[in-house]
Design a protein around this ligand. Structure first.
Ligand SMILES: [Zn+2]
Length: 141
């Protein structure tokens, strides 16, 4: 089925992320001065204000920080309701918003805070491959 949702519009700042995603790589910006990863991409490190930012290939792993079941949505997302959005604590640091895959939105009690997730990419167009996260391990402990 063709991707029918709004597509991201890469900028010079975010183009490396989308180039990586297209190649199946999960790239994150990391400050060369304080070594901390941040998300979303910025020209200036939000932790130490350095302008020395480099893209690193991250593991694509993380854990669910929190989640919500979406019962209403618009455009192409409407036909996917209910679906689960989440914030992921990335293994390398910082947090990313996503849509969770492989979870049952009708049974939110089956989703665990802290559950281990892994990134996967969906080709939305020739150039845009969108990252989603899938639960790979149910429990945090
Ligand atoms: Zn920094």
């Amino acid at each position: 089925m063709a991707y029918n949702k709004p597509l991201p519009k890469p900028s010079p700042l975010t183009q490396p992320f989308w180039d990586g995603a297209k190649a199946g790589k999960f790239l994150l910006p990391r400050c060369e001065d304080c070594n901390r990863v941040h998300w979303y991409p910025r020209h200036i490190c939000p932790f130490c204000h350095s302008m020395s930012i480099q893209w690193i290939e991250a593991s694509g792993e993380g854990r669910i920080h929190t989640y919500a079941v979406q019962f209403r949505a618009f455009g192409g997302w409407a036909e996917d309701t209910p679906f689960v959005t989440a914030y992921i604590d990335l293994a390398e640091g910082d947090r990313m918003a996503t849509v969770l895959r492989g979870v049952d939105a009708s049974r939110p009690e089956s989703i665990s805070i802290g559950a281990k997730v892994k990134v996967e990419f969906e080709a939305a167009s020739d150039d845009i491959h969108i990252p989603f996260f899938r639960v790979v391990e149910e429990s945090a402990s």
